[in-house]
Design a protein around this ligand. Structure first.
Ligand SMILES: *Cc1c(COP(=O)(O)O)cnc(C)c1O
Ligand SMILES: [Zn+2]
Length: 483
C-alpha cells in the first residue's frame, strides 16, 4: 500500500556535468558554467540506476497516488521528487502552488478553424503566471538547502530579465525572506509597466542598466563569477531540472500514453525545450512511458537561430550561428544566441537515437502568424500568451508541411498568461504595431470598447433619465427585441 503523503527516503548523489568537456563538479558550490571550458552544465544523479529497481508500473502508481497527496512538499513539481532533485530534504522544499497546470483541449470551433487537433497546457496558471516558476521552485529549494546547511547569513539572488524570470525569482525570494534577497537587473526603458510591476511588488531590488537584455546578462555574469551571488538565469542547471516537471505532467495527464502526441514548445534561450526533452527521456529510461512523444520547437522568423541550425538536413553540415534579433511579439523568446543550445543538441540526439529522424523538429513562423494565432486561440476560450500563439502558429505550419496530421494531438505550450502580454493584444486591436514587427490586424478579429453614451449627455439628464437613456442606447446597439 502506497502512502503518498510520506516523503521518500531515497536520496541520490548529484553532480554537475559539463556538456563541453565532460568534466564533473560537486554540487556543494553554486556553479553556472564550467570553470575549465565555459560550457553549460547538466545535473546528473549518479544513483539514477537504483531507480530501476522499481518497475515502470510501480512508478506510475506512486506518482498517481501522490497526485492526491496533501503534503505540500509532494504536491507541486516535487511529486516527481526522485526524478528531480533527490538531494533535498522535506524541509527544504518550497511550494507556492506551481505545477499541475491543466491541459485544455481546444474547442470544436477552433479545431474547425485550424483543421488540427490541439490542446493548450496553460503554464500561465502558475503563481507568477509563467512556466518560470517550475524552475524557480527547484532552484530556490536547492538554495534553501544550501542556506540551511552552510548557515549562510546572506544570499543575493540575481538575474537579468525583461519579464518572467525576474517576476518568478522575486516571488520565490520574497517568500523565503530572511537571508535571501532578490536583485533583478533590467534594461532601462525596455520594460513595460506590467513587466516591472511583479518584481517591484515582491519587494525586489530593481536595478536598471541602459541597453538591452544582453548588456544586463553580462553584468550579471560578472557578478556571478566574482561575488557570492546566486545566478538565476537559465544557465542555472537547477532551473532546467525543475522545468522537467512540465514533461512529467503531460505524461501523467495522458495516463502515461504518449502515442500520437506532438509537443510544441517556443524556443528563446532554449532552457524550456531542453527540460521538456530531458524529462521525457527520464520517464522512458525508467519504463514509466513506453514511447516518446514528438517534439516541435517553434521560433519566430525574427529570432530563429535554432530553426536555422536544424534547417540543414545533413547533421554533418550543420553550423550554429547566433542571429541578430528583430522586434518580436514573442518577446520572452526574442533571443539570438540561446545559452542552452548545446543542451538542445545533446537531448535532440538522444531523442533521435530512440525515436528516429523526425522525432525532434523545429519550425519557423512569422510575427503575423503568431499574433493571428494568439488572438484566434483566445477568441475560442483559451488564455494564450504570445508564445502560446507562437505554438499554435507552429502547429499550423507543421500541418501545412505535412509534419503533423489531425489524427495526432498537438499539445501547445502557453508559457505565460495572456494578461502578461496584453500590450500586444492592444496593438493588434488598434492596428498600431510599429513597422518593425511587420504585423497588421485582421479586421475580423479586432475588438474595441464602445462608449455608448457621451459624458455631456449625462450632464443634461436627471439620474433616472440617464439610466433609461443609457439602456435605450444599449437596446439600439444590440437591436434587442421586447419580451
Ligand atoms: C522564458 C520564456 C520563454 C522562452 O523559454 P526559454 O527557456 O528561454 O526557451 C517563452 N515564453 C515565456 C512566457 C517565457 O517566460
Ligand atoms: Zn567544461
Amino acid at each position: 500500500m502506497i502512502n503518498a503523503n510520506v516523503f521518500p527516503e531515497y536520496r541520490g548523489r548529484m553532480e554537475y556535468v559539463c556538456l563541453g568537456c565532460g568534466q564533473r563538479f560537486p554540487i556543494e558550490e553554486l556553479l553556472y558554467t564550467c570553470p575549465q571550458c565555459g560550457g553549460v552544465f547538466l545535473l546528473e544523479n549518479l544513483d539514477f540506476e537504483q531507480l530501476k529497481q522499481r518497475s515502470g508500473k510501480e512508478w506510475r502508481a506512486l506518482f498517481d497516488a501522490r497526485a492526491a497527496s496533501k503534503n505540500t512538499a509532494l504536491r507541486g513539481i516535487f511529486r516527481f521528487y526522485e526524478l528531480m532533485a533527490p538531494v533535498l530534504e522535506e524541509e527544504d522544499i518550497l511550494y507556492l502552488g506551481e505545477g499541475n497546470t491543466p491541459i485544455v483541449e481546444s474547442s470544436a470551433g477552433l479545431q474547425k478553424e485550424t483543421g488540427l487537433h490541439t490542446a493548450f497546457k496553460n503554464d500561465g496558471q502558475n503563481p507568477s503566471a509563467s512556466f518560470k516558476d517550475r524552475g524557480m521552485a527547484c532552484a530556490f529549494s536547492y538554495l534553501q538547502h544550501l542556506v540551511r546547511k552552510h548557515q549562510w547569513d546572506q544570499v543575493l539572488t540575481v538575474c537579468a530579465s525583461t519579464g518572467d524570470t525576474s517576476a518568478a525569482a522575486a516571488l520565490y525570494a520574497s517568500y523565503i525572506g530572511g537571508p535571501v534577497k532578490s536583485v533583478v537587473i533590467l534594461p532601462h526603458g525596455k520594460v513595460t509597466p506590467q513587466q516591472l510591476a511583479q518584481p517591484l511588488g515582491s519587494g525586489a531590488t530593481v536595478l536598471e542598466v541602459p541597453g538591452v537584455f544582453d548588456d544586463c546578462m553580462k553584468v550579471v555574469e560578472h557578478l556571478a563569477d566574482n561575488y557570492r551571488v546566486a545566478l538565476l538565469n537559465s544557465k542555472n542547471a537547477w532551473r532546467i531540472l525543475g522545468q522537467e516537471s512540465y514533461a512529467f505532467e503531460i505524461a501523467q495527464w495522458f495516463d502515461w500514453d504518449l502515442r500520437g502526441k506532438c509537443i510544441f514548445v517556443p524556443i528563446g534561450n532554449a532552457g524550456n525545450i531542453t527540460a521538456v526533452m530531458a524529462g521525457f527521456l527520464k520517464l522512458y529510461e525508467l519504463e514509466i512511458i513506453d514511447s516518446l512523444p514528438r517534439i516541435f520547437g517553434v521560433q519566430s522568423h525574427h529570432a530563429d537561430p535554432v530553426f536555422r541550425y536544424y534547417a540543414v538536413d545533413n547533421p554533418e553540415e550543420r553550423e550554429f550561428h547566433p542571429v541578430t534579433v528583430e522586434a518580436s511579439v514573442a518577446q520572452a523568446a526574442m533571443i539570438g544566441n540561446p545559452v542552452s543550445f548545446p543542451r538542445v543538441r545533446h537531448f535532440a540526439e538522444r531523442f533521435e537515437a530512440i525515436g528516429g529522424k523526425g522525432i525532434f523538429q523545429v519550425v519557423q513562423v512569422t510575427e503575423q502568424q503568431i499574433m493571428d494565432s494568439m488572438i484566434r486561440a483566445n477568441r475560442n476560450g483559451h488564455i494564450a500568451c504570445t508564445q502560446g500563439g507562437e505554438c499554435l502558429a507552429g502547429a499550423m505550419r507543421a500541418g501545412q508541411l505535412g509534419l503533423v496530421s489531425p489524427a495526432e494531438l498537438a499539445v501547445l505550450d502557453s508559457t505565460a498568461h495572456q494578461l502578461k502580454f496584453v500590450d500586444f493584444q492592444n496593438m493588434y486591436f488598434q492596428n498600431s504595431f510599429p513597422s518593425e514587427f511587420g504585423v497588421s490586424s485582421n479586421a475580423d478579429m479586432t475588438n474595441q470598447p464602445e462608449l455608448i453614451i457621451q459624458p455631456e449627455e449625462r450632464k443634461r439628464l436627471t439620474p433616472g433619465e440617464y439610466a433609461r437613456a443609457a439602456a435605450d442606447k444599449v437596446v439600439t446597439r444590440l437591436d434587442l427585441k421586447k419580451k
